[in-house]
Write a protein that binds this ligand. Structure first.
Ligand code: GLN
Length: 185
């Protein structure tokens, strides 16, 4: 059976694990370099603080291996800070893995809209409930990356080959359709 690895050095990884369990998908946690030797078929980069996750994965000696798994084609799903980790360019922060042809603008909605929710179509999925928490948006995207969702004129979800990224947090809702889409990638 397929196994999904969840980067578990910081942030909202437990919520992704819950979504995976509800879908009957086995998972392991990546907490330290030795965990990278476990066998897994796909990867989730959760929400949290991209600066902290970037720093910890480097310090823990996981960074290069994460990057090569992704460039070698392992399916990866980045939510919020995870999207920032994947972005090739970051407005308001450092570039981390930089594997996806998107630019992320960090903390893009300002203080008054720090956290909010909205509903929109994500790819083929109608009416998806999006939860944003100090979220980025995608300020630029170039092929082969493609837009999956926009909200308020901003790109909030995208896909490129083996990479899926959302500025919002599907794992904080009961709606499993985006996780399901990821598990089919
Ligand atoms: N603001 C965070 C960052 O820049 C992302 C917030 C989140 O993941 N909920 O990394």
């Amino acid at each position: 059976m397929e196994k999904c690895a969840v980067l578990a050095v910081q942030g909202a990884f437990a919520e992704h694990e819950k979504s995976l369990s509800r879908l009957g998908c086995e998972y392991i946690e990546l907490r330290q370099a030795s965990d990278m030797r476990k066998s897994f078929d796909r990867l989730i980069l959760p929400g949290g603080e991209s600066t902290v996750m970037g720093k910890l994965t480097r310090e823990l000696g996981m960074f290069d291996e994460l990057k090569s798994l992704i460039t070698d084609g392992m399916p990866v799903f980045g939510t919020c800070a995870g999207l920032i980790l994947l972005a090739k360019s970051v407005d308001g922060g450092e570039v981390h893995l930089g594997t996806m042809d998107i630019s992320a603008k960090r903390n893009a909605y300002g203080r008054q809209l720090g956290s909010f929710s909205a509903v929109t179509k994500v790819g083929d999925i109608p009416d998806f409930p999006m939860v944003f928490i100090r979220a980025p948006y995608i300020s630029e995207l170039s092929a082969p990356a493609e837009i999956l969702a926009e909200w308020d004129g901003k790109i909030v979800a995208a896909r490129e080959k083996n990479m899926l990224a959302t500025a919002f947090h599907p794992e904080l809702t009961d709606d499993l359709r985006i996780h399901e889409m990821f598990l089919k990638m």
